[in-house]
Ligand binder design. Structure first.
Ligand code: FAD
Length: 445
């Protein structure tokens, strides 16, 4: 009997463990994707547009045989599986809170029709939840998790591709909906082929200098793979296998970043409520401001702090922001404006093309101090010195803040009465004290 391969966050055909597993049960596989409003409605336009591009690319790889349906997966997956007389539905595990709840229901509905449910692999090198401390407790700190993760290891890439099975002609399919307007924002090329091209380009000329350049927003020093990893256009095991045995500083540092992605997913798996709530519940008592005007200025990149404004405008222009700058703008929102992290996290999720619940919410919490961070809470970024240090020639700021283009060199980080550019909206030294007092009050409890 044929089987269904239900694609979710694994929009590729190479290194696809669930496809390999499906092919061992049947040579006739129906490729299915469900457009689910529960996921699509809250997603920002860049993420939806990129997803549509990835679906189009996947459909092309499948010779037009991707079955696209719209609606509640509980009904749609069962309907499709029954229509072709499938014996099983194969998936890569989705370990996010919504995906887990949904899959319990879909699995139950399939069981009523004697259709098997098979989960193989996930979007991670090691499926979240698998690594625990020797006493069975989850890790709460990155470094020991990272060590255990590396020690645990993972199998090599699954040997799959488009011709491993015969793709079943879809019994019906809806048209890919029109993508939302991006107002001039340019997104990366979607799909598996583009992901691998970007990766190979990085292996050719980025990996050696990655460790030196990764903190420099003015340089194109990082992989820019985050949107592809988000939608599973490439699997991390492929990437890890390609740099296995490379003990250079670049490869080592990159493995560490991949491990951060896995750590946050692991934390969210063990504590799904941290998508919304503080990981460290002492922070529930934190005093925040509610200042719409200040929040709007932050969102628009009009704070008067050049590195913050450059980052926020990069986000609006590209749907992506450099990691160092994500940390700086997040710290500014929480520690200089005293606004709650979840407001910033929501804005990021609306605009990031790589918006990912685990990486976003838990990085925000990490910066806010309410997350898994082992770093002392009194470490508060000074946005001006951060700018001077990581954008030493001011090139990054000038690229995204046209009002400051006439200011040469690093002086751009301390603009003086530049026409059209706002004065700093707060006094950092003062706000730092306020933040310290508020943190002190809750940390002591
Ligand atoms: P590279 O430096 O090339 O890193 C390679 C890969 O490692 C990335 O693609 C990503 O998958 C992973 N990675 C790197 N740093 C981190 C990190 N700190 N946490 C988790 N994974 C990491 N990343 C997202 O993918 N989605 C998000 O929604 C997201 N929100 C963030 C919010 C804040 C406040 C902060 C501080 C960071 C956030 N990150 C998020 C992490 C990081 O900024 C991006 O993964 C990175 O900038 C993507 O660019 P890159 O692919 O060129 O990264």
């Amino acid at each position: 009997a044929p089987v269904v391969l239900w694609f979710r966050r694994d929009l590729r055909l190479g290194d696809h463990a669930a496809l390999l597993e499906a092919s061992e049960h049947s040579k006739h596989v129906l490729a299915l994707y469900v457009l689910d409003d529960a996921l699509l409605k809250p997603s920002g336009a860049p993420r939806v547009a990129f997803l549509h591009g990835c679906l189009k690319a996947l459909d092309d790889q499948l010779g037009g045989r991707l079955m696209l349906v719209k609606g509640d997966p509980v009904n749609e997956v069962v309907k499709a599986a029954r229509e072709i007389g499938a014996s099983a539905v194969h998936v890569s595990a989705d370990t996010g809170p919504y995906g887990r709840r949904r899959d319990v229901e879909v699995k139950k509905a399939l069981a009523e029709h004697d259709i098997a449910w098979t989960e193989t692999g996930s979007s991670y090198a090691i499926t979240p939840g698998r690594i625990t401390k020797p006493d069975g407790e989850p890790y709460r700190v990155f470094t020991p998790f990272h060590r255990a993760w590396a020690r645990h290891g993972w199998p090599g890439p699954a040997d799959t591709g488009e011709s491993i099975v015969d793709w079943v002609e879809p019994p019906w399919s809806v048209k890919l909906p029109k993508s939302p307007s991006l107002k001039g924002m340019e997104l990366p090329e979607p799909g598996e082929k583009a992901a691998l091209e970007r990766w190979h380009e990085f292996l050719d000329d980025g990996i050696e200098t990655y460790d030196e350049d990764r903190d420099r927003p003015d340089r194109p020093g990082t992989t820019r793979l985050s949107p592809y990893l988000r939608w599973g256009c490439v699997h991390p095991r492929t990437l890890l296998a390609d740099i296995a045995g490379n003990e250079g500083t670049g490869a080592k540092s990159l493995r560490g970043e991949f491990a951060w992605r896995e750590f946050h997913a692991d934390v969210l798996w063990h504590r799904p409520e941290t998508a919304r709530k503080n990981y460290d519940s002492r922070f529930d008592a934190m005093e925040y401001e509610s200042d719409d005007e200040a929040f709007k200025r932050w969102c628009a990149g009009r704070t008067g702090f050049p590195i913050v404004d450059a980052g926020m405008r990069q986000l609006l222009a590209e749907g992506w922001m450099h990691n160092r700058v994500r940390m700086i703008v997040a710290s500014f929102l929480v520690k200089d404006l005293h606004l709650p992290w979840w407001l910033g996290a929501r804005h990021f999720m609306q605009h990031l093309v790589d918006g990912d619940l685990a990486s976003n919410q838990l990085n925000w919490q990490w910066v806010a101090g309410s997350g898994t961070d082992a770093a002392p809470y009194f470490r508060i970024f000074n946005p001006t010195t951060q700018g001077e240090k990581f954008d030493p020639t001011g090139e990054y700021v000038r690229r995204y803040v046209p009002e400051l283009r006439s200011v040469q060199g690093k002086a751009v980080h301390k603009p003086k009465d530049v026409k059209g550019y706002p004065a700093p909206m707060v006094d950092h030294a003062h706000e730092r004290q306020v933040a310290l007092e508020r943190y002190g009050a809750i940390k002591g409890t």
